[in-house]
Design a protein around this ligand. Structure first.
Ligand SMILES: NC(=O)c1ccc[n+]([C@@H]2O[C@H](COP(=O)([O-])OP(=O)(O)OC[C@H]3O[C@@H](n4cnc5c(N)ncnc54)[C@H](OP(=O)(O)O)[C@@H]3O)[C@@H](O)[C@H]2O)c1
Length: 276
């Protein structure tokens, strides 16, 4: 717990999955729940947050934001214009608050325009493993002070690793790497589970085999100083089974396919930034 931020107040606009994981992480790290408020149009998620973490809740976005030092905009990108235009009613009162936007593809400039104020901002690209404290968040600061940046970093560290980027465009790259990344591994794991079933295992055993293999490989990468290429070479005996499989991946162009797929995600993030 960083006691520098003990008395700061945080408002979450939108009480969905991402807000829940950040709030859970913060309260779990002893951030005072009395200083957290979440706003959402419907009551179910608010009631669950109040019950699980004892934070305050409201259905009124303006009420949530009024006393906040940090406002986390955690609605879908398509809802951002509606939410910001509503908050713009608070006018110059917004300028002493730090805005943190989690929305993919909505630039800081666009949010400031929608709010009608040149507010200090952090754009953040999280990912779903945040739900288990294993997330990755890319952060970009626009007009935020050093203290405000430290505050945003403290909040997002409650959900996992934090990486700062120096250009807003790099948030598109973060989106293509860690934002969308869990789904790349899910797709690979799905294909492995399918094949394991074809090879005679029931679905549950196939999933267990693949899941433990994936987390075991990730643990080796995490704990080893060697490059990932060396780790791969070490488990690939010449003429063996792993070599047989990896030569199929190479012949069928796996690295080029990964390159194209991640570029497509990057391009789509950039395209969204020009249309939302
Ligand atoms: N989940 C991820 O892995 C992930 C990764 C990267 C970035 N993000 C970004 O994080 C943001 C939140 O994503 P999420 O997964 O938490 O979405 P989510 O679960 O759909 O949550 C969004 C919440 O916003 C609420 N909402 C809708 N209109 C609102 C309004 N006018 N005022 C206040 N709240 C409103 C929704 O309420 P109702 O349920 O009542 O409609 C919902 O609870 C998105 O911008 C997303 O792009 C998410």
């Amino acid at each position: 717990m960083n006691h520098d931020f003990d008395n700061k107040k945080i408002a979450f606009i939108g009480a969905g999955n991402m807000s829940r994981s950040i709030i859970g992480g913060m309260v779990g790290n002893q951030f005072p729940p009395a200083n957290v408020i979440a706003a959402n149009p419907t009551l179910d998620k608010l009631d669950a947050l109040n019950k699980d973490f004892e934070i305050s809740t409201t259905q009124d976005n303006l009420q949530a934001v009024k006393d906040a030092d940090m406002v986390v905009l955690s609605v879908k990108p398509q809802m951002m214009a509606t939410v910001c235009e509503q908050l713009s009613e608070l006018g110059e009162q917004l300028n002493d608050k730090l805005f943190v936007s989690l929305a993919a593809g909505v630039t800081c400039e666009r949010i400031k325009t929608l709010l009608g104020q040149d507010v200090p901002m952090i754009r953040c690209m999280p990912n779903t493993p945040a739900l288990y404290g294993k997330g990755v968040s890319g952060l970009f600061a626009s007009g935020a002070s050093q203290t405000q940046q430290a505050f945003a970093e403290y909040v997002m560290k409650a959900t996992g690793l934090v990486v700062w980027v120096d250009k807003e465009q790099k948030i598109d790259a973060i989106t293509a790497i860690s934002g969308s990344g869990p789904a790349y591994f899910f797709m690979f794991m799905e294909a492995m589970v399918d094949k394991a079933q074809q090879l005679g295992f029931d679905e549950q055993t196939a999933r267990q085999l693949v899941q433990h293999t994936a987390s075991g490989a990730a643990t080796m990468v995490e704990h080893s100083d060697e490059s990932i290429a060396v780790l791969r070479q070490k488990v690939t005996s010449k003429g063996g089974t792993t070599a047989a499989a990896l030569s199929v991946y190479s012949e069928q162009g796996l690295p080029a396919m990964v390159d194209d797929a991640m570029q497509a995600a990057c391009d789509r993030a950039h395209e969204m930034a020009t249309t939302l």
